[in-house]
Write a protein that binds this ligand. Structure first.
Ligand SMILES: *Cc1c(COP(=O)(O)O)cnc(C)c1O
Length: 450
C-alpha cells in the first residue's frame, strides 16, 4: 500500500508542468514555487514511508504549495483593524494619516520631487524648508526643524547645546516613556550631565535656581506623558522655569511629548499641554513627536528660537537623523490641515477624539444587528503617551463566545487581522478606532472566526 502510494506520487517535473504550477511561478517566482513543491514531495514521501496516510494526487500537492507559498509571502508588516479603542497605539503604528497626507506620500514615493531642488534657479535646495514655514505658521514659533523622531530630536538638542555641560531636570520627570525610552538615559547618551532637583512629587522654581552652576547649559522639562502624579504634588510652571533660566542666561527646553496643537479639553478630556503654550511660557526650544496627537507620520519636531534652530541644523547629528522625503510629504500635508482650520475634520486621530457618542452607538448597534452581540457602554483611550488615565465614553459591541482568548487569537490570525479587547469574559469591539470603510471586513472576519 505504501509503496503503491509512493509510486503514484508525481515527479517534481510533472507538477511543474501543470497550469497551476505556472500560476504559482508567475505569482511567487520559479525558484520559490519549485522549492515549495520539492519540500512538499519530500515530506509526503517521508510520511508514506512512516506508514502515515498522505495525499498523492497532483491537485492536492499543488493546493498545499499554494497555501504554504501564500503564508510564506505574507508581509510581516501589514494593515490591521484596531478595535481596541486606543486611538494612538504605538504597537499598531500610532497615528493613521489623513487622505491628503497619504496622497502626498504616495506622490513623493512614486515620482521625483523638489526634495532638495530649487525650481527658481535650478540649484540645490534644502529639504528642511518644506515643513519649516508651515511649522512657524501653525505654532507661532520663530523657526522649526524636523528630524527622525522625538527621541532623536532630544539627543540632537542636548548634543548640540549641552555637550559636557549640566542639564537641570526635576526628579519627577526622569521617566520612562515606553519601549525602553528613558529620559535620563537619552540625556546621558548625548554627553550632557544630568543634574536632578526636587523630589518625585514636588519641584519648585527655587530648586532649579539653587542648582545652577557656571557649567549649566539648560533647564529641561519632560512631560510625563504616560502616568499621573496625584496628591501632594507641585510642578514648577514653565513660565517660572523660563524666568529662572533666563535670569541666569540659560536656555529652557521642553519635551512636550505628544505635540498637541489643539485643546483636548474641548472634547471632554483633560487639557493636554500644547506646543503653543510651551512657546508662550518662554521655552527656547520645544520638541515633540509627529505621530502622536499631531496626527502625522513618525517625526521629531523642534520649534523655537531661530538662532538655536540654526545651530541644530548645522550639527553633524542633524544629517544622521534627518527626516526622509515620505515623512516630509506626509507631515507638510498634515500641517496644512491645521493651517486651513480643518484638522478635526481631516486628521483621523482628531476625528476619533471628536466622534460623537450617538455615532458610536449607531455603529455598535449595526454591528450587533449583524453579529447578534450586545451593545454596552465602555471607554476609549487616547494613548500614545498623552492624557494618562483619561478616557472618552464609547459604545462597544460585546460578544459572548465560548473561549474569548481563542476567539481573539483567531481574529488576530485572520487575513485582515482584527485586534479586539477582552473584558469580563466578553470580546469587545470599539467603533471609535475602526476606520471608515473597515466595518465590512471587520464584520466578515468576526463571522468567519466564530
Ligand atoms: C513619546 C515621547 C517621546 C519619544 O518620542 P518618539 O517620537 O517616539 O521618539 C519622548 N518624550 C515624551 C515626553 C514622549 O511622550
Amino acid at each position: 500500500m505504501t509503496s503503491n502510494a509512493l509510486r503514484r506520487l508525481p515527479s517534481v517535473d510533472a507538477l511543474m508542468n501543470t497550469p497551476a504550477a505556472a500560476d504559482l511561478c508567475d505569482e511567487y517566482g520559479r525558484e520559490a514555487a519549485l522549492d515549495s513543491l520539492r519540500t512538499i514531495l519530500q515530506n509526503t514521501r517521508e510520511q508514506l514511508k512512516a506508514g502515515q496516510p498522505a495525499a498523492v494526487e497532483a491537485d492536492a500537492l499543488l493546493a498545499q504549495a499554494a497555501q504554504t507559498l501564500a503564508e510564506r509571502f505574507l508581509p510581516t508588516l501589514r494593515p490591521v483593524i484596531n478595535a481596541i479603542g486606543i486611538i494612538i497605539h504605538t504597537n499598531l503604528g500610532r497615528a493613521p494619516l489623513s487622505t491628503a497626507a497619504q496622497q502626498a506620500i504616495s506622490e513623493a514615493a512614486g515620482q521625483y520631487s523638489t526634495l532638495e531642488f530649487n525650481l527658481d534657479d535650478g540649484k540645490r535646495g534644502s529639504r528642511l524648508r518644506h515643513a519649516s514655514d508651515l511649522l512657524v505658521e501653525v505654532t507661532g514659533a520663530e523657526a522649526g526643524l524636523v528630524v527622525n523622531n522625538n527621541a532623536s530630536a532630544l539627543v540632537l538638542i542636548l548634543s548640540a547645546l549641552a555637550l559636557g555641560k549640566e542639564v537641570i531636570i526635576s526628579r519627577g520627570q526622569l521617566v520612562e516613556i515606553g519601549g525602553g525610552f528613558r529620559v535620563p538615559e537619552v540625556m546621558e547618551q548625548s554627553g550632557a550631565k544630568l543634574v536632578e532637583v526636587g523630589t518625585t512629587n514636588r519641584t519648585r522654581a527655587s530648586d532649579y535656581a539653587r542648582a545652577v552652576t557656571p557649567n549649566t547649559a539648560l533647564l529641561m522639562r519632560a512631560h510625563y506623558s504616560n502616568f499621573k502624579v496625584i496628591g501632594f504634588t507641585e510642578d514648577t510652571p514653565l513660565h517660572e522655569m523660563a524666568a529662572v533660566a533666563h535670569q541666569h542666561g540659560l536656555l529652557l527646553v521642553d519635551d512636550v511629548g505628544s505635540g498637541a496643537l489643539l485643546d483636548t479639553a474641548a472634547y471632554g478630556l483633560e487639557h493636554e499641554p500644547t506646543v503653543q503654550e510651551s512657546l508662550a511660557a518662554g521655552c527656547d526650544l520645544v520638541a515633540f513627536s509627529g505621530d502622536k496627537l499631531l496626527g502625522a507620520p513618525q517625526a521629531g519636531i523642534i520649534v523655537g528660537k531661530k538662532a538655536l534652530i540654526d545651530t541644530l541644523k548645522q550639527h553633524p547629528l542633524a544629517r544622521a537623523i534627518r527626516a526622509d522625503k515620505l515623512c516630509l510629504a506626509g507631515l507638510t500635508a498634515t500641517l496644512d490641515h491645521y493651517r486651513r482650520g480643518e484638522a478635526t475634520i481631516q486628521i483621523p486621530v482628531w476625528r476619533m477624539i471628536a466622534m460623537p457618542l450617538t455615532e458610536l452607538q449607531a455603529r455598535a448597534q449595526q454591528w450587533a444587528d449583524v453579529t447578534g452581540g450586545q451593545v454596552i457602554a465602555g471607554e476609549s483611550a487616547v494613548g500614545g503617551g498623552s492624557l494618562p488615565g483619561e478616557t472618552l465614553p464609547t459604545a462597544l459591541l460585546a460578544l459572548t463566545v465560548e473561549s474569548p482568548d481563542a476567539f481573539a487569537a483567531r481574529l488576530r490570525q485572520s487575513r485582515y487581522p482584527v485586534i479586539a479587547r477582552i473584558a469580563r469574559d466578553q470580546v469587545l469591539f470599539d467603533p471609535r478606532t475602526v476606520l471608515p470603510g473597515q466595518d465590512e471586513p471587520l464584520l466578515a472576519t468576526i463571522q468567519a472566526c466564530r
